[in-house]
Design a protein. Sequence first.
Length: 670
Amino acid sequence: MSEKLTYEELEKRIQELENIELEYKHFREVLQENEKQISSIFRSAPIGIGSVVNRILSKVNDRLCKMTGYDESEMIGQSARMLYPSDKEFELVGLEKYAQMADHATGTVETRWQKKDGTIMDVLLSSTPVDLQDQSKGVTFTALDITDRKQAENELNHAHEKLLTILDSIDSTVYVADMDTCEILFMNKRMINDFGGDKTGDICYSAFRNNSEPCECCTNDQLIDKDGNPAGVHIWEGKNPVTGKYYINYDRAIEWTDARLVRMQIAADITDLKKMESQLIQAQKMEAVGRLAGGVAHDFNNMLSVILGKTEMALEDIDPNQTLYADLEEIRTAAQRSADVTRQLLAFARKQTIAPKVINLNSTIESILKMLRRLIGENIDLIWLPNEEIWPVRIDPSQLAQILENLSVNARDAIADVGKLIIETGKTTFDEAYCADHSGFVPGDFVQLTVSDNGCGINQETLQNVFEPFYTTKDVGKGTGLGLATVYGIVKQNDGFINAYSEPDQGTIFRIYLPRYLAETEILEKKTSDTINPDGAETILLVEDEPSILRMTRMMLERMGYKVLGAGTPGGAIALAREYAGQIHLLMTDVVMPEMNGRDLAGNLLVLYPDLKRLFMSGYTANLIAQHGLLAEGVNFIQKPFSREQLGKKVRDALDKDKLLGENTKILSY
């Protein structure tokens, strides 16, 4: 039988029940309020919210419906597969998400959803199980539309890739370094290649210049103004000790991704430009010296013409037994040596008038080997190594003789006692790739002439200057310093190039490359001609603006039997020609004169005398009768100074040319 409660106890129990009811009512009201709040959040949340049980949609909010384009009724009870563009993506998300929830209670993954209209959207899914111990009770998820963010990221990545592509494709090195720590923050592909790998994270002065402390040439202080702002671009040049290349550097301070100021450098490799600059300076120097040398040679030749001519005529008039005869012989010898010097000056200046022929280099060299052996002496062995399959070249044979004479003398003077001089020929072809890596070389086929000796050799400092005129290491009186300069000028005049290789006590090698001659032209072989009698009886119109040369040349011609009409100006020559009643057979004229040049004078006189032969004379070549020293076909020319014998032969050649070559030979009109 139950215990009977007193009235007071019963009243107390009733009060407790009422309190419990009140608490329950309060909890229910709170729960209802929370449910309202949760429902409100669920409905109004700016992100999609839903729940699934076994991946079947059980609840979705309005935002999720708007995101996907489906109504709530179309989604509830359906598999979440309806939101994915493919089975593969649906399965991958499931595997990844549930694996994360098992480890971390929450799973987050980026994926793609397909809207009702078929368009694709990028979504960030975050999922949490309703019961951490039992995922089968369902999973609540949130879905954030990240399509715009992904597009922005893709655009940013694309822009980054484009920037990297641009930086990696430019033919300059680019790097960025911290201005305080000197840490390398970025290197482009060219920079990585030039410095043997990616040095990002290393210290710039160590990686780029092998220094243990900041470089003296560091430009950091010049890149920021007194207020701490970027001061613009600083441009400087320098040689990098790691790569051995010259660069022009463009440095500036820029704001990095974390807002700090860093140094960016863009550097262009100017090594080849530096070489070209050096070559240009050298070429300009050689050209200036050449112009000076040519001018000196021209004036000197005029004076030598008188000295040689007068001396030769005096020798004809004096008994060889007289003391004065020997003195005149010495004067003539000295004048001839001086003429050789001016000839070398003209060769260097490329103002030497030449008559190039298509020749076989081997045959021409063989014809002068005997002379070269006499030149170098018996204590030096001359070794001749011809390549029998060389190509033809086009050069004045006398110039080839000049080249070999000068190189042989150079070798002779370099050999103290006994030694060897080797002359060899060959052929070679240079392609553009080879020429790009070897300064001074030109693409094409070339015949190679190599002259080497086993003499004392040349040091590198001297080697850089060997082709400059008047540069010599020989004792005073033992060399003019024009031998190799002459060789250089001749080679350049014939569109070739020359290189010298030497070391002290290791001998010297000169390699000359002459361009292959490709035209179908018969190679001219030297033939022995009959001795020509220089005397004659024809009438010659002699035009020379230098009175002493005019008198001397006139006397020489008259002694040969010619009748000479002398004129000091072109105008005087035309007047003489018009007044003269007889036939004028030959015009012998200086090329460069006041009033009118020799070529124009010849053109005027051809109107009066259509059959007039022409012989031009000059102390140096002029483009009036020769282009770059190449004598035009059919032009007769004599170089000042000339001997009586040379004059007689040239005059006779000019007068007899049609007789020797035939009536149909074309004579150019000058």
